[in-house]
Write a protein that binds this ligand. Structure first.
Ligand SMILES: Nc1nc2c(ncn2[C@@H]2O[C@H](COP(=O)(O)OP(=O)(O)O)[C@@H](O)[C@H]2O)c(=O)[nH]1
Ligand SMILES: [Mg+2]
Length: 726
């Protein structure tokens, strides 16, 4: 059934519509049909695309709410506790009182359109936060003034820097009477470098801020002074342009540098990571919000200024892969990137995208990735929290969504011409789903419904994976942590009525080899009419651990001992063995295979014969090539009260963990950095809670793989030996 989108449009302010009145979390349906909003006229320079990221609880969602309120976009401020913010709108989020998804918001300020993306700060949902990076010019990392730099602060600062994204730091909650903002500023600079400089300063009573770049606002500052902070920024930015630096040094100030020159060099410094402005505010009291809005509008890069996204064009057969930047021009051929897929209870499946060049028009046709047939865009939407406004077009730099197109998937590129079929965006460093739960349906009759529901959920979440492990006969759902999976399981129950039984999965080992070996296999079958014949000689050897695919297949035959057309069949047989493991039933990787000889028969050689011969020869070679079982090792950063440091270090060492570093943090906390095998950490979140009385937190990231201890390896291989090799 077609949902009438016109009915859902309520009083959100977009492009001149009146301000929306907030009426709590339920979706309002207004009876009159509103027209499609014309969104044509906005020039690309007017957009500011900003992602709010950082530790959970730092106040991103309330800050988003405050920004919507201060710009007149909403007429009343909601609260986190009351579950009435614009950004945390789902029942799940209100129940858990945490953002669990990214939310698109937008507002106008000083004639600019700010697309603001609120992201979840929990480590379990880090993938959602990171995946919006390609959509924005600026990553704003929010820090809680009381808690200071936290694990997610570091992680987001690091990833944004790796992706060459201009960054700013927002110190929120300056109303908190216990915070020491001067010390915190030193901590920030100590953690992220001297390029972090205040762009506004809190006043003595922390009820307001003073802008230091363009001398707006006044009052006595809490620390430093307006002049010193101003000078520090100017000196930092003129450094990157020699002529400005000379002028500045000659005159002793910036009096001979024009406003435009200063703006440009400011923007360049942001882009080059030479300046990270620190902006102080309180989402709760509203202190510093006007100054922040002015900074957004006047200083943050617009889509034409920010660093270009790393688009790549896949090579055709003999060409080379090329990288290129989208041009952000309205009349170019469309390139838009889907950075989020979600399901809206009213609109259905939604693909949320950023336009990087060209103009997407409603009712026009669009290609998705390398699909042959174009699809008609039914509904072109601009999202405001859970609400949608239907627009007629979206130009470069803008963020919007298309509804009801099944083919849309995460990371897909939307475009108009087949010449752009092979365009994609350089992969993001998304966290690897490692935390697993073995799942089973309570009621097996729901199998079909389950697979449809899971398909939808998996499409929305790039950090969620489903595995069927043959060795353990378990279906394992993998995500980033206990909460991540708990929420998915709750969602399956609440939205789809599906109940699951769960248990701790057996460890996900991976097979590899450490030596080189050769083997051959002849597959011959004679039954009545034509027979089957194929013979394969191959060599296996280990690949470097950082090899991209973990698999390399080489046809090294000479003189046509096996005709070329059978090579895909041999590869297929080998891949079958790889998938199901050769020695212990776990997926294998890190192997190079060279087929160097073989035999064929003009009549009896068929694909099936070479599939079997390839598989059997491979399994035999691997068995001789000193196979090993690898286990995932994770990088852990555990933040606990300092007096629990010893307990945590001791606990980790009983888990085969290695403590690598410890850092003291303000507020009597410390961080323990360690590596440990994932298999030992299944109950870590519960244990940490009990050791620290709930005051500890941790982030866990895939680090690398290591050989499992010999006795474990022998046990696992022996347990598999009884299985068939199908
Ligand atoms: N005192 C104070 N509390 C705040 C401020 N901003 C947010 N909070 C509170 O901090 C908690 C976490 O806020 P939330 O916006 O959900 O944080 P998020 O996880 O970063 O989105 C909530 O209880 C907010 O009411 C602020 O500026 N001052
Ligand atoms: Mg939030």
């Amino acid at each position: 059934m077609d949902v009438d989108l016109g009915k859902r449009v309520s009083h959100i302010q977009i492009c001149g519509l009146p301000a929306r009145s907030v009426d709590g979390p339920t979706t309002r349906l207004s009876s009159e049909r509103r027209p499609i909003v014309s969104n044509n006229a906005r020039p690309t320079e007017d957009f500011r695309n900003i992602a709010l990221v950082g530790q959970t609880g730092s106040g991103k969602t309330l800050l988003a709410e405050r920004l919507l309120f201060s710009t007149g976009t909403i007429s009343r401020m909601g609260s986190i506790e009351g579950g009435s913010t614009f950004s945390d709108w789902s029942d799940e989020e209100r129940h858990h009182q945490h953002s669990l998804r990214t939310t698109m918001l937008h507002f106008e300020h000083e004639g600019h359109m700010v697309n603001l993306i609120d992201t979840p700060g929990l480590a379990d949902f880090a993938g959602h936060a990171i995946s919006v990076f390609p959509a924005v010019e600026t990553v704003a990392v929010v820090i809680d003034a009381h808690s200071g730099v936290e694990p997610m602060t570091r992680r987001m600062m690091k990833i944004a820097k790796q992706r060459n994204l201009p960054r700013m730091i927002i110190v929120n909650k300056i109303d908190d009477p216990t915070c020491d903002l001067e010390m915190l500023t030193e901590q920030i600079r100590g953690s992220f470098g001297a390029e972090c400089l205040p762009i506004n300063l809190p006043t003595k009573d922390k009820s307001d801020t003073v802008s230091v770049f363009d001398d707006e606002g006044e009052g006595q500052t809490l620390f430093s002074s307006e002049e010193d902070a101003h000078q520090a920024i100017i000196e930092q930015i003129v450094e990157i342009q020699d002529d400005l630096m000379d002028k500045y040094l000659e005159d002793g100030d910036e009096s001979n540098i024009t406003k435009q020159q200063l703006h440009d060099v400011f923007e360049q410094a942001l882009r080059e990571g030479h300046l990270v402005p620190i902006c102080y505010c309180s989402a709760k009291s509203g202190a510093g919000i006007d100054s922040m809005l002015h900074i957004f509008a006047s200083l943050l890069p617009n889509p034409l200024e920010g660093n270009p996204r790393p688009f790549l064009k896949r090579a055709d057969d003999d060409g080379e892969e090329i990288s290129f930047a989208a041009d952000e021009q309205a009349d170019s051929s469309v390139i838009a990137h889907i950075f989020k897929v979600t399901t809206d209870p009213f609109v259905g499946k939604l693909g949320v995208f950023r336009v990087h060049q060209g103009t997407i028009k409603s009712k026009s046709k669009i290609l998705i990735g390398d699909q042959k047939k174009p699809l008609r865009i039914g509904h072109l939407l601009k999202r405001q929290g859970k609400e949608s406004v239907e627009v007629d077009s979206l130009g470069p730099g803008d963020i919007g969504a298309i509804g009801k197109i099944d083919e849309v998937h995460f990371d897909a590129v939307l475009h108009e011409g087949h010449d752009l079929d092979s365009v994609y965006l350089k992969a993001l460093p998304l966290p690897k789903p490692m935390y697993g739960l073995a799942i089973e349906l309570k009621n097996h009759a729901d199998e079909t419904k389950f697979s449809t529901a899971l398909h939808k959920i998996l499409a929305e979440d790039p950090c969620l994976k489903l595995e069927r492990i043959k060795a353990t006969k378990q279906t394992v759902l993998r995500g980033l942590g206990e909460l991540h999976l708990r929420i998915i399981i709750e969602r399956l129950k609440d939205q789809y009525g599906l109940e699951l039984l769960t248990e701790v999965p057996k460890v996900a080992y991976r097979e590899s080899i450490t030596g080189m070996a050769e083997a051959s296999y002849r597959h011959k079958k004679q039954s009545g009419g034509s027979g089957q014949f194929g013979e394969v000689h191959l060599r296996v050897s280990p690949l470097p651990t950082d090899h991209e695919d973990g698999f390399e297949f080489v046809n090294a035959t000479v003189g046509g001992s096996i005709p070329r057309q059978f090579m895909p069949a041999i590869e297929k047989g080998i891949r079958l063995a790889l998938e199901h493991g050769a020695v212990a039933g776990y997926p294998m990787s890190g192997v190079k295979i060279e087929v160097f000889d073989g035999k064929f028969h003009a009549v009896d050689s068929k694909e099936i014969a070479f599939i079997t011969a390839g598989k059997k020869a491979f399994i035999e070679a691997v068995t001789k090539a000193k196979p090993v079982l690898l286990e995932p090792i994770v990088h852990l950063e555990v933040t606990v009260p300092s007096d629990k440091m010893g307990d945590i270090a001791g606990d980790l060492s009983t888990k085969r963990g290695r403590v690598q570093d410890t850092q003291m943090l303000p507020g009597g906390m410390c961080t323990v950095v360690a590596q440990a095998p994932l298999s030992e950490l299944q109950n870590f979140s519960t244990e940490l809670k009990s050791i620290t009385g709930g005051a500890g937190s941790y982030t866990m990231d895939f680090s690398h793989e290591e050989n499992t201890p010999a006795h474990i390896q022998q046990e696992v291989i022996a347990a598999f030996a009884g299985h068939d090799d199908e």
